[in-house]
Ligand binder design. Structure first.
Ligand code: AMP
Length: 318
């Protein structure tokens, strides 16, 4: 739907629920979080609308309730959510938008996430005044091509609302359940069935209230701030563990290198010693040879002297 360049994506895990009345901006903010953090938006409303558009059995079951602004039966919604959370991209996390919508769904979600070993990190309640909700829902228009959401209260009066993101500027459409009479019913259903979940998640210590009015960017910044302490804490823990491991590895590598260097040094010393030792006998041998030679020459001298002496004696006798 809302396509944003992956260049700006931040890698992080995020398992959050967006809670809020129809028109509180859950879908818009979920799309932005998805684009920035690469975590899929899981919208029960989108899944149901897709099933209706494809004319599936579930879609046919859901259509009448949706058109009347009522909740679709839990078994239909749970089936769709279970299948969606089981897809590979949801392993990185999920931004649940419009689900759970009553306490039975909240309990079923809890069990589902225990099974998946992926508990919710935070529930973000988008706090918006009722008059703003009505204005937003009545003026909401959607592009069929790219799925972007617009509000005609921001367009110049008397113009046909068109998508300014798509090349052929297609005309925008109004969701059937955004018609005034259905909007009133949806808000009533929210008050009766969904609002009690605020207390439920508050008790669990998961609830964060986000002011959902004001500029889109400001609301998004508040959403991030509310969603990220948990997500960042998890990724910080992860990177701290990686860092610890890296330091440990570096330390043991350093130790190993020191050991090798020590071994090398003692090897060199030993080699020096053995060369010296090897040289020593050579020196001794040389000395011995020299001594032998000296001894030999002494003996030869002595022999020569004796010979000279005896020849002198013989000459005297004559
Ligand atoms: P949404 O797009 O979230 O406003 O949902 C549009 C309509 O889909 C609702 O008015 C309900 O009829 C139906 N729907 C969406 N989510 C749920 C849900 N969790 N449980 C039951 N019905 C839902």
């Amino acid at each position: 739907m809302f396509q944003t360049s992956l260049r700006h994506q931040v890698t992080s895990t995020m398992r959050i629920v967006l809670l809020g009345a129809p028109g509180s901006g859950k879908g818009t903010q979920a799309q932005r979080l998805q684009a920035k953090y690469g975590v899929p938006q899981v919208s029960s409303g989108d899944l149901l609308r897709d099933a209706v558009a494809r004319g599936t059995e579930l879609g046919l079951k859901a259509k009448a309730a949706m058109d009347a602004g009522q909740l679709v039966s839990d078994d239909v919604v749970l089936g769709l959510i279970r299948e969606r959370l089981g897809r590979p991209d949801a392993k990185a996390g999920f931004i649940l938008d419009g689900f759970p919508r009553n306490s039975d769904q909240a309990n079923a979600l809890n069990e589902m996430l225990i099974e998946l070993g992926a508990p919710i990190e935070a529930v973000l309640l988008m706090d918006v005044r009722t008059e703003t909700l009505v204005k937003r829902l009545a003026g909401r228009r959607i592009c069929r091509t790219c799925g972007r959401v617009f509000n005609i209260s921001l367009s110049p009066p008397g113009t046909t609302p068109r998508c300014d993101h798509c090349a052929d500027h297609p005309e925008l459409y109004q969701r059937p359940d955004d018609k005034e009479e259905v909007v009133a019913k949806r808000l009533e259903v929210y008050e009766a069935q969904t609002r009690p979940l605020i207390r439920h998640y508050q008790k669990l210590g998961l609830l964060r209230v986000v002011k959902g009015e004001g500029a889109l960017e400001d609301v998004f910044a508040r959403m991030e701030a509310a969603a990220l302490p948990q997500a960042q804490a998890a990724s910080t823990r992860k990177s701290a563990a990686i860092k610890k491991k890296t330091v440990k590895t570096a330390r043991s590598a350093k130790k190993a290198a020191a050991r090798v260097a020590k071994k090398k040094a003692s090897g060199k010393q030993a080699a020096r010693k053995s060369t010296a030792k090897a040289r020593r006998p050579a020196k001794t041998a040389k000395k011995k040879v020299a001594a032998k030679r000296a001894k030999g020459s002494k003996r030869a001298v002595r022999g020569k002297v004796a010979l000279a002496r005896s020849s002198r004696k013989a000459a005297k006798k004559k």
